[in-house]
Design a protein around this ligand. Structure first.
Ligand SMILES: *Cc1c(COP(=O)(O)O)cnc(C)c1O
Length: 400
């Protein structure tokens, strides 16, 4: 990481979330730019033979080659470190390359990974179908059964992995509890904080070792670019950095440039995502076509107390369980006029997804049942349109 500098006075490290997200910028160049420029360059020149030697020997930090780092990826990583409270970080081309880097950099043949059962579809494929090819085994623990976590830990467990709130079931993991268990055993805890963002929840303050993000979602927030990032403890990140440097999942400079600017508006966007989502959740609770509404800040959520404790708001995702299963879900999706039927989330536009037939279709029926992904489950990524228009559209699509 290169140094950050604020263009105003005072240290950005002392400032609030919103200020850091805007003012923690890459250092200003002789052009005296106000907004950080895009560095489209594969490599950087060395001052002399000694400079090149010292950079490669890691005796000093500095730009070498954009697979390792670039001023734009540095700026993005620095910001996420400040927002999450991480010591160091690595930016990657997608959320999945961040998940893969965080896990693969810390396991070897014979090792074991303990994961929450409710995790993103591709993370599930990675854990159950890719890692075993290299002799890495795993177990899933259930959040409803805290004792199972201790029981499933092995001497070979090298990493504990969770997602909270989970995609798409909105299950929460008690981070303070799991953080202290992981610390007591000396096992790194990695948290996918994609749904909450650091604006709503900061897992490192609860004892997590590292946080990963699909920056594609709320960090970009406008459905334009893929990206991923891992931030956390310095020694955990050193392994991630070595792995990423030599296997090449680097984030492009262009995406990093865009994502750094997107972070400037993360707080205001999340406030509106959350207030719109809460209004949608409240509106559809008790609706005759809806069997159940899941939203962490509704008192009916089974972990509502925990949500209030570890998240400052409920997030932008609402899950509806439609009465009538597959045929009702299909009819609902085909009738939407404003909301998009798409697979992304965290966009300004409201996006509706049917996980059982799309993002989680590669799971077996039994695997889906274990994480409560039914045929009637609809994930709504509530956007930033006027909340009245969003509710009207969902209502008309639900009408008989
Ligand atoms: C989308 C997503 C990912 C994967 O991110 P990509 O950027 O699509 O690779 C990982 N975890 C969660 C919770 C996600 O929603």
């Amino acid at each position: 990481m290169s140094d950050t500098s604020s263009s105003g006075s005072g240290s950005p490290a002392a400032a609030h979330f919103e200020t850091l997200a805007i003012r923690a910028q890459a250092p200003v160049t002789p052009a005296r730019e106000h907004s950080v420029p895009l560095y489209l360059t594969s490599s950087f020149r060395f001052d002399d033979a000694e400079h090149a030697r010292a950079l490669f020997a890691e005796e000093m930090s500095g730009n070498i080659y954009s697979r390792y780092a670039n001023p734009n990826t540095d700026e993005f990583v620095n910001k996420v470190c400040l927002l999450e409270g991480g010591e160091d970080g690595v930016a990657t081309a997608s959320g999945m390359s961040a998940v893969f880097t965080a896990i693969a950099a810390h396991v070897a043949s014979g090792d074991h990974v303990l994961s929450a059962r409710a995790i993103f579809g591709s993370t599930h494929q990675l854990v159950t179908r890719v890692l075993p090819k290299w002799g890495v085994t795993s177990d899933y623990a259930d959040i409803a059964d805290p004792a199972s976590w201790e029981r499933l830990l092995r001497p070979t467990t090298k990493l504990i992995y969770v997602e909270t709130p989970s995609n798409p079931g909105l299950e929460l993991v008690d981070l303070a509890w799991l953080g202290s268990l992981a610390r007591a055993r000396g096992i790194p805890l990695v948290v996918d904080n994609c749904f909450a963002t650091p604006y709503l929840q900061r897992p490192l303050t609860h004892g997590a070792t590292a946080v990963i993000h699909s920056a594609t979602k709320y960090m970009d927030g406008q459905g334009r670019a893929l990206g991923g990032v891992i931030v956390g403890d310095r020694s955990f990140m050193a392994d991630c950095r070595f792995f990423a440097r030599h296997t090449g999942p680097a984030m492009s400079a262009f995406n990093a440039w865009m994502l750094s600017k997107s972070l400037e508006t993360l707080a205001v966007r999340m406030d509106r995502h959350c207030s719109n989502a809460l209004a949608v959740a409240r509106h559809f609770e008790g609706h005759p076509a809806v069997q159940a509404v899941r939203y962490p800040y509704l008192p009916s959520h089974p972990q509502h107390e925990l949500a209030r404790r570890q998240m400052t708001q409920g997030g932008g995702i609402v899950v509806l369980e439609l009465a009538g299963g597959l045929s009702r879900s299909g009819r609902f999706l085909d009738r939407l006029r404003l909301a998009s039927h798409s697979a992304n989330l965290g966009d300004t536009r409201t996006i509706v997804t049917h996980p059982a037939s799309t993002t989680h279709s590669k799971l077996t029926g039994a695997e889906r049942a274990a994480v409560a992904i039914t045929d009637g489950l609809i994930r709504i990524s509530v956007g930033l349109e006027h909340v009245g228009d969003i509710i009207d559209d969902l209502e008309q699509a639900l009408a008989d």
